[in-house]
Write a protein that binds this ligand. Structure first.
Ligand code: KG4
Ligand code: ZN
Length: 328
């Protein structure tokens, strides 16, 4: 039999993502396309407005699907399976992609795979390397800071999570505080290049913990005090970035040692951060990051998760949960 073409859809938040991958008979997976429409209507509110997000998905999804098919050089009838994010996320936003994907699969008479958004983030790294258990996976995005141990393919053990803000949320909030704009991650990383990482002393969160949890509220408070004390935005950015990166890397390395894992997947929007990548590469662990354009929310990562489920003969994702299943 020939290749299996899998369409992936993610509309969990404010990005309309559609991508296509190809599962080859030898088990390898190839990325054929990845198209994302990033909604800009939310910028003026300083946060995502759920109702507006859903409406934009409804308006854009046809066009993004056509773009993704065109980029892949396929027509809709070439598709052999459809995968879409079923959660977690904004329910109205999720429903657009989920129902669209289900309807499409039914019309084409091909299998439908519901995917967990975090399994999608993890499988974004499958664009770069064959992803086979066992490994450890750190998902760092605007909504999640979750550390999973993956002893067997399709089995996820949550070993640590944030106790307050997600890592990306902390980048966004501190960027807003320092007047660096939105989204905060890229803004902080850019400003940090012109700042002194020693200018603002940040205390490492949860020092001495035996667990593998995360917390960013302390860094946020320290940033607010430094800002009020007159710290330069660039110095604040550089100092915060160094503290956050060090905390994320140290905690993940401890978890890798405790679980005897050599391979670590680091994914989600914050995995695009250059300083974070550099620090992880210096650990000596086998660290796998998603390819370009696959860190932040997208449809190709959902297609990759779907392809892995098909390859394993699984009917649906092991993380196919409700919208709140893994909320911190
Ligand atoms: O994965 P994602 O698109 O959405 C969620 O599922 O949450 O992640 C978005 C988050 C935002 O908080 C954004 O500020 C952060 O990822 N981000 C970054 C960088 N690029 C995006 N954080 C740090 N450095 C970056 N270069
Ligand atoms: Zn995400």
């Amino acid at each position: 039999s020939g290749p299996v073409r899998v369409l992936g859809i993610d509309t969990s938040c404010d990005d309309t993502g559609v991508g296509v991958v190809e599962l080859l008979p030898d088990g390898r997976v190839q990325l054929l396309s990845n198209r994302v429409w990033s909604q800009t209507v939310h910028a003026r509110y300083g946060g995502v407005m759920p109702e507006l997000a859903s409406r934009e998905h409804v308006e854009r999804i046809d066009e993004i699907l056509q773009d993704a098919l065109q980029e892949a050089g396929l027509t809709v009838t070439d598709l052999d399976a459809v995968a879409a994010t079923s959660g977690p996320g904004l329910v109205g936003a999720l429903l657009v992609g989920l129902m669209y994907g289900k309807g499409l699969a039914q019309a084409l008479n091909v299998p439908f795979h519901a995917a967990h958004h975090l399994e999608g983030h993890i499988f974004a790294a499958a664009s770069e390397a064959e992803l086979r258990a066992p490994y450890l996976a750190l998902v760092v995005s605007g909504g999640h800071t979750h550390l999973f141990d993956v002893p067997r393919d399709g089995e996820y053990r949550l070993v640590g999570a944030t106790m307050d803000d997600a890592a990306g949320e902390a980048f966004d909030k501190i960027a807003r505080l320092a007047g660096l704009g939105y989204p905060g991650g890229p803004a902080i990383s850019e400003a940090a290049m012109r700042g002194d990482p020693n200018a603002v002393p940040f205390k490492e969160p949860l020092q001495g913990q035996k667990a593998f949890d995360f917390s960013f509220s302390g860094l946020k408070t320290a940033a607010l005090l430094a800002h009020r004390g007159g710290a330069r935005a660039e110095d604040l950015a550089a100092s915060f970035q160094r503290a956050a990166v060090s905390f994320l890397v140290k905690t993940t390395v401890r978890a890798a040692q405790a679980n005897e894992r050599r391979t670590v997947v680091v994914s989600g929007g914050v995995a695009a951060n250059g300083a974070l990548r550099e620090a992880f590469r210096a650990t000596g662990l086998n660290v796998v990051f998603p390819g370009k354009g696959l860190n932040t929310d997208n449809g190709a990562m959902i297609a990759l998760a779907g392809a892995a489920a098909i390859r394993a003969g699984r009917p649906a994702s092991a993380l196919n949960g409700s919208a709140t299943a893994y909320a911190p």
